[in-house]
Design a protein around this ligand. Structure first.
Ligand code: ATP
Ligand code: MG
Length: 154
């Protein structure tokens, strides 16, 4: 675990998102777990804004993925409704992770085993109306080093 915090308000979440953006590289897969309203999209929005995405970041509710052009391409997947989308699209999941893009996935449960190996896993939960707990796990030594090197961005 590279980060484990409680009582995280929106301001602190934004700082964490900026640090995460600085730590990410092309080819990264980031899995975001947590219940409805935990703040997964909010965190991805900060990452995208930090990487100079100007398009609005919203959960891709009727498609599997939103793709944003920023300093690097950002692919925002939400697999909540994957069962409704059907097998053809589901089979294409492995094609999302590419060396020239960062891929962030909300509700990744349905895609485990088809998305590839994550570099970071993030778990968020409600503590109160405006406070969340957040845990970030780095899955390789290299991802951990990048997270540590990005400390000054928080
Ligand atoms: N400390 C906080 N961190 C994150 N979000 C917060 C916080 N305090 C309040 N909020 C609000 O909670 C909501 C979180 O919604 P968001 O869409 O980011 O959740 P989500 O995890 O993506 O949910 P879903 O599973 O429905 O996609 C937003 O309206 C946000 O402004
Ligand atoms: Mg969301």
């Amino acid at each position: 675990m590279v980060l484990r915090r409680q009582g995280v308000g929106l301001g602190e979440l934004r700082r964490i998102g900026r640090r995460l953006a600085a730590a990410l590289r092309g080819g990264d897969l980031v899995l975001l777990y947590g219940p409805l309203g935990a703040g997964k999209t909010t965190l991805i929005r900060v990452v995208a804004e930090t990487l100079d995405v100007s398009d609005p970041v919203r959960s891709p509710s009727f498609t599997l993925a939103n793709i944003y052009a920023g300093r690097i391409t950002i692919q925002h997947l939400d697999l909540y409704r994957l069962d409704d989308i059907g097998d053809d699209d589901a089979l294409a999941l492995e094609e999302y992770v590419r060396p020239d893009a960062v891929t962030l996935v909300e509700w990744p449960q349905a895609g485990i085993g088809r998305l590839g190996e994550p570099s970071f896993t993030i778990r968020m939960a409600h503590e109160s109306l405006h406070e969340r707990s957040i845990e970030i796990e780095a899955h390789t030594g290299e991802a951990r080093e990048r997270w540590e090197a990005a400390r000054r961005h928080e």
